[in-house]
Design a protein. Structure first.
Length: 147
């Protein structure tokens, strides 16, 4: 039994040693590559895949479109206020949906109505403020009920 334990221990020690060498080599390779590329600006690994796929060039400054791109629409700019005429029909649809489907989360309401959760957030806040619907829960657990 002791012989098997000794052989097992020797194998584990050998594996750990080999693994440590591989990690050390990979780390040194990364360090050398980083030193060689020190004069280049770092790339953003967290850039959205959609932008990378579309081949869109990075914008120079916030709010400045890339060369050849259109300026952002009014709806995509921050601080844009939607007209009440645009909110009215969506508010009516949301109110009717919640009445027929109580207890739904914003994500399922958005999917059912074919709109985005971003567009629904203002509408839902207005309906809660008007006391037309009731909001229960917090954050991702928020559900909406008719009054």
């Amino acid at each position: 039994m002791s012989n098997a334990k000794d052989r097992l221990r020797a194998r584990v020690d050998s594996f750990v040693s080999e693994l440590s060498d591989l990690v050390r080599q990979a780390t040194m390779g990364e360090i050398v590559a980083a030193i060689q590329n020190a004069d280049r600006p770092a790339s953003r690994a967290s850039a959205p895949a959609a932008i990378a796929k579309a081949g869109e060039k990075r914008r120079v400054a916030a709010g400045t479109p890339a060369r050849g791109a259109k300026a952002p629409s009014a709806a995509s700019r921050t601080g844009y206020r939607r007209a009440p005429e645009l909110l009215g029909p969506l508010m009516t649809r949301v109110r009717a949906y919640i009445k027929g489907h109580p207890g739904q989360a914003v994500g399922s309401i958005a999917v059912s109505l074919g709109t985005s959760t971003r567009d629904l957030s203002l509408v839902l806040r207005k309906l809660v403020g008007e006391k037309t619907i009731l909001m229960k829960g917090k954050k991702r657990g928020t559900r909406y009920f008719p009054l």
